[in-house]
Design a protein around this ligand. Structure first.
Ligand code: ME8
Length: 518
């Protein structure tokens, strides 16, 4: 039985359309999900939308629609984006789903049964944009001297009856957990921030609202709805099947992928709720960086909010996926621009890997009638190349991906691509055709195996292009896994023995051009 691997993205606020930051998170998480599937894990991948709270209620009011109407419309755009970007989610959860209400209420009851929920009156600062409560001491001053949240968003003084969660009781337990599980919060910089925050002391958390009703009802307390983050975080349990069914199969989650701005919710509040309810904690929370447009924060007022679907339309889905993963170091902020996408994708995919595959396969199709070359006169250079390619594809890339060093894994892969291009230039199979056909056969067979390995290894990043290439080369579905990479000789022999004939290949990675200004 394959070992389960449960992975999640944050669930996005559907108070507007998705932007490139949302696309980035979905793509990065998808790469990890696809990678783990190809490592033989039984993967469950959850993503979706976070539909309750004041921000949704206010946006809907401003548009003259109900919050549910707004959520229905915008959530559809998020799902359409995921589908367009080839995100292999198993469930797209919406927090308005009935089973999610039931799960949130079950978690609430478990926390209440443990004595951690008590009634009170909240007086303090609230940011609607962040959907977050802040202590006075955390606030910063804006340009006009007004108070702002540490994220720079407006805050309002709020006074209302609410239920509280005894967060203060969990300070030491959380610190103990961070110490005992150094990989619980990643990257390291986020972990240090959270340790410092928790060491600074934790106040109890207001966990319900009475001034509006767009949310999950608090059990046995009908005039309260849950604070949106309580139900939002619970989505990870709902997605596993909690509280009924076989949720223990998936829980605890292996990995929550989120952005750096919401690490506190996921590594302080969420584990405290779970400890209170007696539920195991997720194994890891990874806070990725922010995507900046030409080094600037995206904002509607700067007019630089780019629709990810436009980028996908212009550059292609795989090109966009490759660029984001290769160029942005996972865990750090990264910048993107049309020029940077074109430069990176042309250098790595079109001119290096694409050209390698195209030159080799077109030559075989044209000059050998598409018959897959086998045997020939070997040279030590062949085995050396195959050893290097196999090390990159079967060891270096998987080790880096397993550790979420995604850009580093792609770099190792790229080094193997370069080695193949050096080999093809040095061996010049086109010249050997007349002078030494036996040697030509060995060179082409070597390249055929190497290209197959490279296409399999990079599949999580560029799934559609990789599948096209592997189909074109006659590589069986069952051979497309990291475990199978160790047997490229067997794979090659099976393709050749099957009588497979290569057709003239269409380029899999076209050269990109900059969009013309309109
Ligand atoms: O925070 N670059 O939703 P959200 C990279 N509903 N990532 C970015 C980004 C950027 N420029 N901007 C946002 C919420 N993100 C909550 C989550 S989870 C139980 C509830 C990331 O729509 C952000 O960090 O504001 C978050 O991980 C995700 O996009 C959704 O952000």
């Amino acid at each position: 039985m394959a070992e389960p691997f449960y992975i999640t993205t944050a669930i996005s606020y559907p108070n507007g359309r998705p932007h490139i930051g949302h696309a980035y998170e979905a793509i990065a998480t998808d790469v990890v999900a696809r990678f783990q599937r190809m490592m033989g894990r039984d993967v469950r991948f959850l993503t979706g939308t976070d539909e309750h709270g004041l921000k949704m209620a206010q946006t809907a009011r401003g548009r003259g629609v109900t919050p549910k109407q707004l959520a229905d419309e915008m959530s559809g755009y998020f799902k359409a984006m995921d589908d367009r970007l080839n995100i292999s989610y198993d469930r797209f959860i919406r927090t308005t789903d009935a089973d999610h209400h039931a799960a949130s209420q079950a978690l609430w009851r478990a926390m209440a049964a443990n004595g951690d929920i008590y009634p009170g009156r909240y007086e303090g600062w609230y940011s609607v944009r962040d959907e977050a409560f802040y202590d006075e001491k955390e606030l910063i001053a804006g340009d006009g001297g007004e108070k702002l949240s540490p994220q720079g968003t407006p805050v309002e003084w709020t006074v209302e009856e609410s239920w509280f969660f005894r967060l203060s009781a969990y300070q030491q337990k959380l610190l103990d957990h961070y110490r005992a599980n150094p990989d619980f919060i990643r990257p390291e910089s986020r972990r240090n921030e959270m340790i410092a925050f928790v060491e600074g002391g934790l106040s109890d958390l207001s966990v319900s609202r009475t001034s509006f009703d767009w949310g999950v009802r608090v059990p046995d307390s009908d005039d309260h709805v849950m604070y949106v983050w309580v139900d939002a975080l619970t989505n990870y349990l709902t997605g596993a099947g909690y509280p009924d069914g076989d949720w223990a199969k998936w829980w605890p989650a292996d990995l929550h992928v989120i952005g750096k701005d919401i690490v506190r919710f996921h590594t302080v509040y969420w584990p405290a709720f779970l400890l209170s309810a007696g539920i195991a904690l997720p194994k890891q929370v990874f806070g990725h960086g922010f995507l900046l447009h030409r080094g600037e924060k995206m904002s509607k007022s700067l007019g630089n909010v780019v629709d990810p679907l436009e980028l996908a339309e212009h550059f292609g889905v795989d090109a966009l996926r490759y660029f984001l993963l290769r160029e942005v170091v996972f865990g750090q902020d990264g910048s993107y621009s049309a020029e940077a996408i074109v430069t990176r994708v042309n250098a790595d995919l079109a001119n290096s890997f694409g050209n390698l595959a195209q030159r080799t396969l077109a030559f075989i199709a044209k000059n050998l009638d598409g018959v897959v070359p086998v045997g020939g006169r070997a040279d030590p250079a062949d085995a050396a190349l195959l050893a290097q390619v196999e090390a990159a594809c079967a060891q270096e890339l998987p080790a880096a991906f397993a550790d979420l060093a995604l850009a580093q894994g792609i770099e190792a892969w790229m080094r193997a691509v370069f080695a193949c291009n050096q080999y093809i230039d040095a061996q010049a199979p086109w010249a050997l055709r007349k002078t030494d056909p036996e040697r030509m056969t060995a060179v082409l067979a070597t390249l055929y195996r190497a290209i197959g390995d490279l296409a399999i290894a990079i599949a999580p990043v560029v799934p559609a292009a990789s599948a096209t290439l592997l189909d074109m080369m006659g590589v069986a579905e069952g051979e497309r896994s990291y475990a199978a990479l160790g047997d490229s000789a067997g794979r090659h022999a099976r393709i050749a023995a099957s009588g497979f004939r290569l057709s003239p290949p269409a380029p899999v990675f076209p050269r990109l051009e900059l969009p013309t200004e309109t």
